[in-house]
Write a protein that binds this ligand. Structure first.
Ligand code: F3S
Length: 80
């Protein structure tokens, strides 16, 4: 399982980090991102963290957390 956050959809509610602090962090504006791979969605969520990931995924009120069985395509916005 792979995940990333759509920053435009995050309202900084804080639930994802409450549920899965190992996976989600916040930038200086309180917008969530995936700590595992700097929100690229390219690093598989470690098995022991899957339960907390699913709790965060279902808790997010805006659907800002995406998940996928495959790595997400590279985000060109952040590449140099
Ligand atoms: Fe944002 Fe959803 Fe987390 S709104 S802070 S991604 S639970």
């Amino acid at each position: 399982m792979y995940t990333r956050v759509v920053p435009e959809q995050c309202i900084a509610c804080g639930l994802c980090q409450l549920k899965a602090p190992e996976i989600f962090g916040y930038d200086e504006d309180g917008i969530a991102y995936v700590k595992l791979d700097n929100n690229q969605g390219t690093k598989e969520i470690p098995l022991p963290l899957l339960a907390s990931f699913k709790a965060a995924y279902t808790a997010c009120p805006t659907g800002a957390i995406l998940r996928n069985d495959q790595p997400f395509p590279k985000d060109n916005k952040n590449s140099d």
